[in-house]
Write a protein that binds this ligand. Structure first.
Ligand SMILES: N[C@@H](CCC(=O)N[C@@H](CS)C(=O)NCC(=O)O)C(=O)O
Length: 214
């Protein structure tokens, strides 16, 4: 009988969903992939818009519970598999900082890098969700400088989110290649879970490109 609590990850290779798949691997969680060919525009077909009206991945389904947004998904999955030890417990002193930096990713970092990518001026500092780019990035760099991981010695689900985000934003030239950022991203992406998913992604992306006619 199929397990009603089995996880399904709505997925497309080489996207923000890659980080979710890496997290599932780091957690040792069983999951099914529901793959969308974004090169063929499947994320904007009615079938997927019924899952996530934004047409964005990742999304996770477990029974009747549908979770979208990387920040929510990261917290949800790491808590669902506590035996993996990737989420500080509710009464752990690291719990607050852990949540802070996961939320920082969605609330401050993402809007800042999108503005940067678009070469758009930030809103005035009092209106901007991230103050200004240099301040936002400086605070992150100061936190990572303690190392080796975001919260110090302990590797958590927050590192999966941040290590992969920094890896692609460094590649896109959206984050300066300082030692702190580069070494941190390398530390996370050198792990076997990332290496496995990245190899599978390259293959899947090539198949999608071929199926979509280039
Ligand atoms: N707010 C979402 C953003 C997810 C997102 O931007 N996903 C991109 C993939 S990198 C996407 O699905 N883009 C497809 C499209 O908009 O056509 C989250 O944090 O999960």
């Amino acid at each position: 009988m199929t397990d009603p609590n089995r996880l399904t990850l709505f997925y497309s290779p080489q996207t923000r969903a890659t980080g979710t798949r890496v997290l599932l691997e780091e957690l040792g969680a069983p999951y099914d992939l529901h793959v969308l060919n974004m090169k063929a525009g499947e994320q904007r077909q009615p079938a997927y818009l019924a899952v996530n009206p934004l047409g964005k991945v990742p999304a996770i389904r477990r029974g009747d519970a549908l979770v979208t947004e990387q920040v929510a998904i990261t917290i949800y999955l790491a808590d669902l598999f506590p035996q993996a030890g990737l989420a500080p417990a509710l009464d752990d002193p690291l719990r607050g900082p852990y949540l802070r930096w996961i939320a920082y990713y969605g609330s401050s970092f993402e809007p800042a890098v999108v503005d940067r990518f678009m070469q758009r001026e930030a809103a005035p500092i009092t209106m901007s969700p991230y103050a200004d780019y240099d301040t936002m990035l400086g605070a992150l760099e100061a936190q990572l400088a303690g190392g080796p991981y975001l919260l110090g010695d302990r590797f958590t689900a927050a590192d999966v989110l941040w290590g992969i985000a920094l890896s692609w934003t460094l590649d896109f030239g959206l984050v300066p290649k300082t030692d702190v950022f580069v070494r941190y991203a390398e530390r996370v992406t050198a792990r076997p879970a990332f290496q496995r998913v990245s190899a599978a992604d390259a293959e899947m992306a090539a198949q999608h490109a071929a199926a979509a006619g280039g």
